[in-house]
Design a protein around this ligand. Structure first.
Ligand code: ZN
Ligand code: ZN
Length: 292
């Protein structure tokens, strides 16, 4: 069964689990290694059983626990070359199992197919993903200032969409803690989606296969789940299951494939890692830092 569990999402940390019976992938590792391990164990997954961590971009709220997962659990990491280059300037230089994909290319890890595509955000080469397995698909779209046409095309056929609803524009404008320059950055075309921008995006792709939308990456100071969900409803996003992910709580596990959207709660049985070759994805290549 193809499933999605948001281990936590918000402006202070992001990490999600995408799984089939054969494969377990994290999208981002934006909590401490210990916190990610704890949250994984709460849904019955041993950290060392992961088949990979896919990195959307290098911001701290997406990579805070990456080093621990590389070092302690030897989980393979997948990113595009520019993101890898940026991250490997620091503590991650020693990470042994780094796999590169070209943004825009499709690759697979075990039975999960992954399509990556560019999104506009103030990072070196930010990406979003569509995951396909077992007849179902998940679009993963966070950290973007706006959705370019290509991104909309990529997510048009997904069953489940994770989309950021970062801020309520009024709360952001009224916020006294952030200087104007930071607000400008958030609101820019390389910043983050507001509730309203995300609702317009969802309504533009609704009516195809979309059955569930998971809202994520909410700003702690400048948004609330009731505002994000209410904006979706105000923009006529009806007949679609809506869920708002939280920073501090693990979401239910959503079954993505199958005849109708549903939440499942049974334990996902982990599969122990076998060898490095087993983890190497088709369509990616290992980054060899000793080759110029
Ligand atoms: Zn972020
Ligand atoms: Zn970011």
């Amino acid at each position: 069964m193809f499933s999605l569990t948001i281990l936590g999402s918000g402006s202070a940390g992001n990490c999600s689990l995408i799984a089939t019976s054969q494969c377990r992938l994290l999208v981002d590792a934006g909590f401490s290694g210990r916190q990610i391990a704890h949250r994984l164990e709460s849904v019955g997954v041993r950290p060392e059983s992961l088949d990979g961590i896919l990195i959307t971009h290098e911001h701290a709220d997406h990579i805070a626990g990456l080093e621990v997962f590389c070092r302690r659990f030897c989980v393979p990491v997948y990113s595009n070359p520019l993101t890898a280059e940026t991250l490997r300037r620091g503590k991650l230089a020693e990470c042994p199992n780094w796999n590169l994909f070209a943004t825009g290319a499709a690759f697979s890890v075990k039975d999960i197919e992954i399509q990556s595509f560019y999104v506009p955000h103030d990072a070196v080469d930010p990406t979003a993903f569509v995951f396909t397995a077992d007849g179902g698909s998940i679009g993963f779209l966070t950290d973007l200032g706006y959705a370019p046409k290509l991104a909309l095309e990529r997510i048009r056929e997904v069953d489940t969409l994770v989309v950021e609803t970062n801020h309520d524009e009024r709360l952001l404008q009224e916020d006294h803690r952030r200087p104007w320059s930071v607000k400008q950055r958030i609101l820019s075309r390389h910043g983050h989606l507001s509730n309203e921008a995300a609702a317009k995006l969802v309504s533009s792709v609704a009516g195809h296969r979309l059955r569930r939308v998971v809202l994520g990456h909410l700003s702690r100071d400048c948004n609330r789940s009731d505002l994000a969900l209410g904006t979706m409803q105000r923009f006529g996003v009806l007949g679609i299951e809506l869920f708002c992910a939280e920073q501090n709580n693990v979401s239910p596990t959503f079954a993505v494939s199958g005849p109708a959207p549903s939440m499942i709660h049974q334990e996902i049985n982990p599969i122990r890692c076998q060898s490095d070759n087993d983890h190497r994805a088709q369509g990616t290549f290992n980054f060899d830092w000793h080759v110029s």
